[in-house]
Design a protein around this ligand. Structure first.
Ligand code: GAL
Length: 905
């Protein structure tokens, strides 16, 4: 082993120093209770999520603004704060000449809300992550201030969050930072009446140095102002401090923010080279000299703790002038590494690099970096290989909201999304179209998903009046660099996407030059991963694709409006462009970064059904859409006007085997973009609906992505009292190659699936109530059978929790499904009964939903109509109080149903 340092001995010494320091600083019971559990030596990261006061206003209450904007009137009194906010970006602007100098003055200091003496006792009390808009009510009018695109919820306005911070004696001399993981948007922060800085892009995580403004004692007043414009997005952005907030306390010389970059080379199961760059900064006003050491440990994903040490980097001693930042590079070898790879083919093993700074022999900082050892190969012919083995990308696009919980990040809600996707056979997520919550990347690392991490939905050319194009000139560099530095150690992240369908695709050389610039920034930050931007317009003979490392095609791969059902629709038409791009860029890996855009409402079937394998959802007979109920038929054949059914996408992917795979638009339904019915609230694109219930397409993807799974999924349901004697097509999703359908015991024919077919379809079945049975075969052997029956009337309710034991930490959730059943216990597939949820015990009902994009009843209500048989109640355990929680559902005069949950501290 290289290096002279014996890590074990010093750990004991450091522990001793830590224990002693607890006594020296005054060990009162009160201090003890409020102190976080001992963390890494020299560093405290304190959760600042609880106990904020909150005010929202739809008019400007303070005459402050970040900058002029199309939606705001500037008066003589308005104070523009941009010059004071821009310096917050300086660490992420590489050219010193372009960094910003803070002007004199302290704007905003006269605003009462920033002052400690202001009485905010009338304001709401909220905990973070907080999304002020999600409780609604929904705007239902045609010309609402926030329309369908942004989810019809009151996201707009100016808000203030206030909280006290206390500084104890032990903090004297420390550097103290505020770390905000995400605030929507135009965040500006004051401490004790002083403008500290801010960060306008709502999806960026950022750090502000509070040190110069803090004073000893309990009475430090933190005040954060947000300003969330309308027309800022094409989907629901949420409003508020919707991700976690932390206070980080370190010694003046410490590992900088996101100050390590670990990457791996020459990876095999025998050994791997690991490179590390450690950025150390001296935030103090005297010089310092520190020794820097990093050990690599196995990471126990269950406990979240470091396990056995497996390697170490050479220890380095560095001198830092006051205010200086230094990067230290070193490399080491890990023998017999456990490699990281996506499930189910591989295992997502993780390691943790523990970096320590020593002043003489005293540990003054400890910084942990989770990483994985893996190799990635991007090949124009073979697609993606992980650790030398080909992995087909079976991905979905995900927006950031969590359905009825809105934008407020919740780890369990995100984990539930990923669990459902993993069960689908999905192995990859494209983070559309903005930096995700860091905890979501913790999950993708741990659960073994591949991730395309995306920064922007637009550059200089706007998509909506108040979107990122307003910020792009000043902020694209810091937003992109900070995003990459934040996420660069994630083994799940395989590529950076610097843009989605940007308008610069249309501006020839100028657009390509900008793409190149962003691509180059990404490479400067991270030379180990490719950088791409998704193209829904750029063609193989244009300049734009030359500027990206991967060919990421939105819809163009499978062709846009290129089949007869789409004739006559407005917009571009292209044949499948995979072959054209492959010819022009044979070395570049190519994939469908957005595919399908199939529309459907769970459990809804409209007749007649198109005979085509893909058709636009239109409000006409056979068009799949019903503008009155705002529902789209779930035969999974109807698409956005530029889209294709899953079947059509599968066919092109199979025709061009060099294509590395696809990211379906979209995995889960999301708030906003309710194409084709903009009076609704949420999307129709998901494979899973907004509440988490599976649509029929779930089984279509599952039978392709998990071809060993023995399923045969029949659609539609078989309760059609008004369709007696009418043609009611029956389709079956299965990986089988032959199937026979029986209606009330009578064969409706045995079918063999042709190579270009991805479903069995009996389009001439005449409806009679009773039983549909399908038997399927694969390679001549029986595969899977299933039945669907006509049910009786609704007669009972059933509640089922996804988890009955939850942690009483104020965050953990149980997702409880309500099913409306007939007296025999069959789900009644069209039931829309209204149910009242009530709860007793130490928990609360946070939200309810049913997955219907057209249900405009607030998520905050406890009275919810079932939709096509199902509804959802989301229960959260109260913080620090263990006990039995009983959730009840009553309605329609049926006997109530209940489910018992246990919460434990
Ligand atoms: C794409 C876009 C996505 C989403 C999708 C479905 O063009 O990149 O953000 O809008 O269409 O409409």
């Amino acid at each position: 082993m290289r290096g002279s340092y014996n890590g074990c001995g010093l750990n004991v010494l450091s522990l001793l120093i830590f224990v002693l320091s607890q006594f020296v600083e005054g060990f009162s019971v009160e201090n003890y209770v409020q102190k976080p559990a001992p963390g890494p030596i020299g560093r405290e990261r304190i959760d600042l999520n609880r106990g904020w006061r909150f005010l929202r206003s739809t008019t400007n209450p303070d005459n402050l603004i970040y900058d002029e904007r199309p939606d705001t009137l500037i008066s003589n009194e308005t104070v523009i704060l941009k010059p004071w906010i821009l310096p917050s970006a300086n660490n992420f602007i590489n050219d010193p000449a372009k960094q910003h100098e803070r002007p004199d003055g302290n704007p905003g200091s006269e605003v009462p809300f920033v002052q400690g003496s202001f009485d905010d006792s009338e304001w709401d009390i909220v905990n973070l992550p907080h999304d002020w808009a999600i409780k609604g009510p929904f705007y239902t009018e045609e010309d609402a201030i926030v329309g369908g695109g942004m989810g019809r919820l009151p996201i707009h306005g100016i808000s203030w969050y206030r909280r006290k911070l206390s500084l104890d004696r032990a903090d004297k001399g420390k550097s103290i930072y505020l770390d905000i993981d995400g605030a929507m948007s135009y965040a500006m922060v004051w401490l004790n009446g002083n403008l500290v800085g801010g960060w306008p892009f709502g999806y960026s995580s950022f750090r502000l140095d509070l040190t110069p403004y803090l004073k000893a004692g309990e009475d430090n007043q933190l005040a954060i102002r947000l300003d969330n414009p309308t027309d800022s997005s094409r989907w629901y952005p949420g409003g508020g401090i919707y991700r976690n907030v932390w206070l980080t306390k370190v010694n003046p010389t410490h590992v900088a923010q996101w100050g390590t970059f670990v990457s791996t080379r020459e990876v095999s199961s025998q050994s791997a080279e690991v490179d590390i760059v450690v950025d150390v900064e001296n935030n103090g006003d005297t010089d310092s000299k520190v020794a820097v050491s990093t050990d690599i440990h196995a990471f126990d994903a269950v406990t979240g703790k470091a396990g056995d040490k497996v390697a170490e980097f050479q220890r380095e001693v560095v001198h830092l002038d006051a205010g200086q930042k230094i990067s230290i590079n070193s490399s080491t070898t890990v023998e017999n590494p456990q490699l990281w790879g996506p499930l189910p083919a591989k295992t997502p093993y993780l390691y943790i690099a523990v970096t320590k700074l020593f002043d003489k022999h005293k540990a003054i900082d400890t910084y942990e970096t989770r990483f994985g050892i893996r190799s990635l190969t991007f090949d124009g012919e073979r697609g993606l290989s992980v650790n030398g083995e080909h992995i087909r990308i079976q991905g979905v696009n995900q927006h950031h909201d969590l359905g009825a919980l809105g934008a407020a990040f919740n780890t369990r809600a995100a984990e539930r999304q990923l669990e459902n996707l993993q069960n689908l056979g999905c192995n990859a997520i494209r983070m559309a179209h903005n930096p995700p919550a860091t905890e979501l990347l913790d999950l993708t690392d741990r659960m073994g998903f591949l991730v395309i991490d995306e920064s922007f939905d637009c550059w200089e050319r706007e998509k909506t009046a108040n979107d990122y194009h307003l910020l792009f000139p000043d902020w694209h560099e810091p937003d992109l660099r900070s995003f990459i530095r934040r996420d660069q150690n994630r083994p799940s992240v395989i590529a950076w996407s610097v843009g989605n369908e940007v308008g610069e695709q249309y501006t020839e050389e100028a657009g390509a030059a900008l793409a190149q610039k962003l691509h180059d920034i990404a490479h400067e930050e991270d030379p180990t991963r490719p950088a791409t931007a998704s193209m829904n317009y750029a063609k193989p003979n244009m300049s734009f694709p030359h500027a990206v490392d991967l060919i990421s095609l939105n819809y163009q791969g499978e062709g846009i409006r290129d089949t007869p059902p789409y004739d006559g629709l407005e917009g571009i038409t292209t044949p499948p462009l995979y072959p054209g791009f492959h010819k022009e860029f044979p070395e570049k890996l190519m994939f469908g970064s957005e595919t399908a855009a199939t529309l459907s409402t769970r459990g809804t079937y409209l007749f007649p059904v198109t005979n085509e394998s893909s058709a636009p959802a239109l409000d006409k007979e056979g068009g799949g859409g019903d503008p009155v109920s705002r529902r789209v038929s779930a035969y999974e054949l109807y698409t956005a006007e530029f889209g294709s059914s899953p079947d059509k996408v599968f066919a092109t992917q199979d025709d061009y085997p060099y294509v590395a795979g696809e990211f379906v638009w979209a995995g889960w339904d999301y708030l906003g973009e309710p194409e084709p019915y903009y009076l609704a609230r949420s999307s129709y694109f998901g494979i899973i609906d907004l509440a988490g219930f599976r649509k029929d397409s779930y089984y279509l993807y599952q039978s392709r992505w998990r071809p060993d799974l023995r399923i045969a999924h029949i659609l539609p349901h078989w309760n059609w009292p008004d369709r007696l004697g009418q043609v009611t097509p029956v389709h079956v999703f299965s990986a089988a190659d032959e199937a026979e359908l029986f209606l009330n015991g009578v064969s409706q024919g045995r079918q063999t699936k042709e190579a270009s077919n991805y479903r069995f379809r009996w389009d001439d079945i005449v409806y009679r109530p009773g039983e549909l049975l399908v038997t399927t075969y694969k390679d001549g052997e029986e595969w899977a059978n299933s039945t669907v029956r006509t049910t009786g009337e609704a007669g009972q309710l059933r509640l089922t929790a996804d988890r009955t034991d939850i942690r009483a930490d104020g965050n953990d959730l149980s997702f409880v499904t309500l099913e409306v059943l007939d007296n025999e216990g069959n789900l009644v597939p069209s039931a829309d009964n209204t149910t009242m949820f009530s709860l007793s015990g130490p928990g609360e009902i946070v939200a309810t939903d049913n997955g219907d994009p057209a249900d405009m009843v607030s998520f905050a209500t406890t009275e919810r109509k079932a939709f096509n048989g199902y509804a959802l109640a989301i229960v959260r355990a109260k913080v620090d109080s263990s006990g039995t929680i009983i959730l009840r559902a009553t309605g329609m005069g049926f006997q109530h149903a209940e489910v018992i949950l246990q919460s434990e501290v």
